[in-house]
Write a protein that binds this ligand. Structure first.
Ligand code: NAD
Length: 548
């Protein structure tokens, strides 16, 4: 199989992060407003399944409505049942042999072309996210930039890891090398909260390493992921190599996980579903599969920011506010526990409360909005339940008022509760909304103890001017991404490789140097070349050296 225009490795410039849109410039704001109008004029967008290069409709549809205004139908997607899921797996399986033998330069070329196409339409992608996921302008733009980064970064990573790496070349007469090979069919199951970047990152990593892919987007955000599928088509992805399968998690997601021809499952979402997928994949194993399914599950967090007595409160408070309430707290990295040391507790909490009170709540398409609605009515009900729990069992510091907005969309108020125990449910459970539990710590040791007291380990932060505290946090703060004297969200590809451990996930960090290896097996070959010629006379393949 050959797709057009492989890249020439030596001509690929070094990786650079995609710049964010500069909305301080009037022309950029005007361009984005035009993109919002443009995408709005295309509603309702229809997103079919894409199986074996063909678009497939289903009788059942999934409506995609705007969380800011539930009367606005952005579009609808097809909904794959088990039969369609099986067809998608069969198509991916048929395509695997050719794709796995396609040179890495061609596979990387596909990602680079997709990145260029996405860059050209970045405002359109972001505008759709504003409506479909209720991401405010900057957050939507950042999600698109991250998606482009993943395509660019993983293309380069695939080139770096491709070919044979010669090992210990000084061993005379024996030739040793190591090379990486794809696993097979990969099921990629995505969340709605980074509806482009996360599905793009997981699926492009699987594709560029030679696996064939079935991408199942979240039910809430199939449309923006469908635009990505169309870009891959345009970039020349061969039929069956990439299949797009919107549908219900418990139907097509569950079928993908158990399917005997699916070799890798790459998931980002909640802890409950992630752990279920781990169990289901293992259960499918007992059916006599000739391989162990590779399962990567990135899950939730209960992230803490510690502010100590030496911190610059003027910097800590805005960082805490943005980390907690950006995208209404619906980031896996969002701050949901604020741990304040005793001697600055009152002053810091008061400033935090005042800043929360000033947050502007509104629809995502309004450029002034700081707190958009949550994704759907289920999410709103869950957040309101936790607010009820807070009112009953904690000290209420602040619960905002969404007024009549709640009649229009899934708006919930920002909330702050003081809890007196790190065991309190508000300090233990992922809420995934704009609710913060504030805890008082006696000293820095106590603050770290509280921070480490949940089963999650995703992000965390410290605001402090005491170097020994920052050093201590590096050693003892249990989280995959630690942020010192800054916000605790907004990881950037290749700069802050992202991912947690414990119940926050199992897998290599996204956007980091280990990520692609999860999608491959390594083979080592040792050949005795002493006194052997080759007949007929042939050259061995060229190799690069790898020092371990
Ligand atoms: P979710 O677990 O509800 O859904 C995620 C995906 O799983 C969806 O596509 C859904 O359809 C699918 N699914 C549901 N049931 C399934 C089943 N039985 N079998 C297979 N697939 C199934 O999560 P969500 O609400 O979309 O996303 C929010 C969650 O994601 C939060 O917990 C957040 O912390 C987490 N998250 C984690 C990271 C990370 O990198 N660690 C990043 C983003 C989001």
């Amino acid at each position: 199989m050959s797709i057009a225009a492989p890249v020439h490795t030596e001509k690929v410039p070094p990786f650079r992060n995609e710049p964010f849109a500069d909305f301080s410039r009037r022309e950029e704001r005007e361009a984005f407003k035009r993109a919002l109008a443009d995408i709005h004029a295309r509603f309702p967008i229809e997103a079919p399944l894409l199986i074996g290069g063909k678009r497939v409709e289903t009788a059942e549809k999934i409506d995609s409505v705007s969380p800011s205004d539930t009367s606005l139908l952005c579009g609808r997607s097809a909904s794959a049942g088990e039969a369609e899921t099986d067809k998608a797996v069969a198509a991916a399986r048929r395509a695997f042999d050719d794709w796995s033998h396609t040179p890495a330069e061609e596979r990387a070329g596909l990602l680079l072309r997709a990145a260029a196409l996405m860059r050209k339409r970045s405002h359109l992608f972001a505008a759709l996210e504003v409506y479909e996921a209720a991401k405010p302008w900057r957050e939507a733009d950042a999600d698109v930039a991250e998606a482009i980064d993943f395509l660019e970064f993983y293309a380069r990573e695939a080139l770096r890891l491709s070919g044979r790496k010669r090992l210990q070349p000084y061993i005379l007469g024996e030739h040793n090398d190591l090379s990486y090979h794809p696993l097979g069919v990969a099921a990629v199951i995505g969340p709605w909260n980074f509806p482009l970047a996360i599905p793009v990152g997981m699926s492009s990593a699987a594709l560029v390493t030679g696996n064939t892919v079935i991408l199942k987007p979240a039910e809430q955000t199939p449309l923006v992921t469908w635009l990505y599928a169309r870009i891959l088509e345009e970039a020349g992805v061969p039929a069956g190599v990439f299949n797009f399968l919107p549908g219900r998690g418990e139907v097509c997601g569950a079928r993908l996980v158990r399917h005997p021809d699916v070799q890798a499952i790459v998931f980002t979402g909640s802890k409950e579903v992630g752990l279920l997928i781990q169990r289901e994949a293992l259960a499918a194993q007992q059916d006599g599969l000739p391989f162990v399914k590779k399962v990567v599950t990135e899950m939730g967090g209960k992230n803490a920011l510690i502010v100590d007595s030496s911190a610059d409160i003027d910097a800590a408070v805005p960082d805490a506010i943005y980390s907690a309430y950006g995208f209404a707290g619906q980031k896996c990295s969002a701050l949901s526990r604020l741990i304040l040391l005793d001697d600055i507790y009152d002053v810091c909490l008061k400033r935090f409360q005042e800043a929360a009170e000033s947050l502007r709540i509104g629809p995502a398409e309004d450029p002034g909005t700081q707190l958009p609605p949550v994704i759907d009515d289920e999410a709103a009900a869950k957040v309101n339940k936790y607010i009820g729990l807070g009112r009953e069992s904690a000290r209420t510091i602040y619960v905002g008022d969404v007024g009549s907005l709640a009649e229009k969309g899934h708006f919930v108020p920002p909330a702050i509760f003081e809890v007196d125990s790190s065991k309190h449910r508000l300090a233990q459970e992922e809420i995934f909304g704009p609710v913060v539990a504030v805890l008082r710590a006696r000293d820095f040791d106590d603050a770290l103890r509280i921070a480490n007291s949940t089963p999650y380990a995703l992000t965390g932060g410290v605001h402090s001017r005491t170097v020994s505290h920052l050093e201590r946090a590096r050693l003892d703060f249990q989280c995959g991404n630690l942020y010192l004297n800054r916000t605790i969200t907004g990881a950037i590809v290749a700069r802050q490789p992202f991912g947690g451990y414990r119940l926050s996930g199992i897998g290599a960090k996204a956007g980091g140097p280990d990520y692609l290896k999860q999608f491959m097996v390594a083979r080592a070959v040792s050949e005795n070349r002493m006194r052997h010629g080759s007949a007929p006379l042939e050259e061995h393949a060229t190799e690069t050296w790898e020092e371990f």
